[in-house]
Write a protein that binds this ligand. Structure first.
Ligand code: PGA
Length: 265
């Protein structure tokens, strides 16, 4: 990639499998092996697998994909029963961690300040946090999408301060709640406009941060959406839930996303 390439061409373009709370040891091991075999025949590109915590070490030997976790504690260590620290995730081979997924915001009551602290801790430990932001159907209907996204993003950036600007590891994911698990992905125009908004907000803080921060899309992604979205300048990756559990579909998504360069590249 030449120094004169457009900034988007230099950003990482990961496809991330979020297994959520599904599967068992046998299923995950077989799926991981099948994915390794399929990716062996594909060009190398970032593919990230986020299994439930107990199964992280199953993937310690994976060579063709990176490992991520679905959550992380905001504290470094201590008497926090049930929590898993960023250092532990690193120790288990994780490179990425999903932070602030809407299911954690909804069911565990996570709010922006806690999420921001988790992001800071993950960065400090050398993880790549994938910070999820998205509006609900009611918020969208009320025309509050921008307000919700900007508030969540600013909470993270304010807490991070210079760490956010300096760290090349920060990733964002736009995940509209109404698209997650609904079989109804956001259309390319909606995705393009929200991603452009997030990019502008990043740029208001720091131009370099804006140019290098990958912004992923998640919400009912299938191979068809991967093909549609890959041409969009500000869409740098995909976060895949339900479809990732079918190894053939997930591999089809990875291929659709990675196999060809974007037209403007
Ligand atoms: P979905 O989930 O692909 O099943 O919509 C995406 C996510 O929650 O990350």
């Amino acid at each position: 990639m030449s120094a004169s390439s457009p900034p988007g061409a230099r950003r990482s373009r990961p496809v991330v499998a979020n297994w959520k709370m599904y599967g068992d040891r046998r299923m995950l091991a077989a799926w991981g092996q099948a994915l390794e075999e399929r990716l062996g025949a594909s060009p190398p590109a970032p593919v990230v697998v986020c299994p439930p915590f107990p199964y992280l070490l199953l993937f310690a030997g994976a060579r063709r994909f990176a490992l991520g976790a679905q959550d992380v504690a905001d504290e470094e260590d201590g008497a926090y029963t049930g929590c898993v620290s960023a250092a532990m995730l690193r120790d288990c081979g994780c490179r990425y961690v999903i932070v602030g997924h809407s299911e954690r915001r909804t069911y565990q009551g996570e709010r922006d300040p806690l999420i921001a602290r988790k992001v800071a801790g993950a960065l400090a430990a050398g993880l790549r946090p994938i910070v999820c932001l998205g509006e609900s159907q009611a918020e969208r209907d009320a025309g509050r999408t921008e307000e919700i996204l900007v508030r969540a993003l600013e909470a993270v950036l304010d807490t991070l301060g210079p760490l956010g600007v300096e760290s090349p590891e920060l990733h964002l994911a736009y995940e509209p709640l109404w698209a997650i698990g609904s079989g109804r992905p956001a259309g390319p125009e909606d995705v393009a406009s929200v991603h452009a908004l997030l990019r502008r907000r990043l740029r208001a803080h720091d131009a370099t941060m804006a140019d290098r921060t990958p912004i992923l899309y998640g919400g009912s992604v299938r191979a068809l959406q991967a093909r549609e979205l890959r041409a969009l300048e500000d869409v740098d990756g995909l976060l895949v839930g339900g479809a990732s559990r079918d190894v053939d579909e997930f591999h089809a998504i990875c291929r659709a996303w990675h196999d060809r360069e974007r037209p403007q590249d």
